[in-house]
Ligand binder design. Sequence first.
Ligand SMILES: [Zn+2]
Length: 290
Amino acid sequence: MEGPSLHLAAEQLQPFAGRRIESVSGNSKIGIERLPGLKVLEIFAWGKHLVFQFETFALRVHFMLWGTFAATVRGKSVTGDYRRTGPPRLVLNFPNGEITIWAASVKFVEDPHAKAAYDFSADIMADEWNGRAALAKVRAFPRAEIADVLLDQAIFGGVGNIIKNEVLFRTRVSPFVKVRNIPARKLRAIVADARTFSFRFLELRRIFSLRKNLEIYRRSVCPRCGGKVERRVHGQRARRSFFCVKCQKVRISELSRTPTPRSQSGTSIRTDAPRGARVRTRRSRPRAQS
Ligand SMILES: [Zn+2]
């Protein structure tokens, strides 16, 4: 799930703020039995984290690529159409409903004020977001491919692969181009659109219309020129880019430098894959949650 979905999740889960957990279940091994009887003081999102603050510690949920959740308040579902995968990692039961979390990384943070440790100026959805600071941080990586930099959570907290691809298409920038080769005006436009598009993502998520409104992510035909949408796994992060060679002015030399997909998207070794995540192969690669 990307930042806007987490922002929406924190909003949807507010009925549980101030409530006590009655019971818990799930396959998490972090010691969830400490939770029953505790009151949730605050629920907030930062980037791709969702945090439940208790009196002396916090529970941090990181949804990674496949994590998903659902919640009901007084018997009514308050969450979206996220796909469910396997047995729940964690179920929190409250007097007014329950929250179920699948395939996410859950962790206790021994801090009575976990929020203070987060830099909200680097959260793409936060009121404190600082685009000028983000631009300066981007420029500190002149030799990095722009697609990699956009996924850097210390710069663009909350930006995931969907937002990355859409922003690069909307600003007509090749995902392979290095930061030092992007004109200043264009770089400013990319940073600004990361914020603008994230809020559009939020509104589309809210009305369950995200997928059909994406222009380049998982598309086959470019909505602007009618050309073929290409896809490549590339960069330090080995993430997939979807792009139009013509509209985003992708140089043939950039494409030829790209490693062949075989070396990168076969059985992949990802350090951030949640426990229990399926081993991905080229053929059975599941869609990441959005
Ligand atoms: Zn095009």
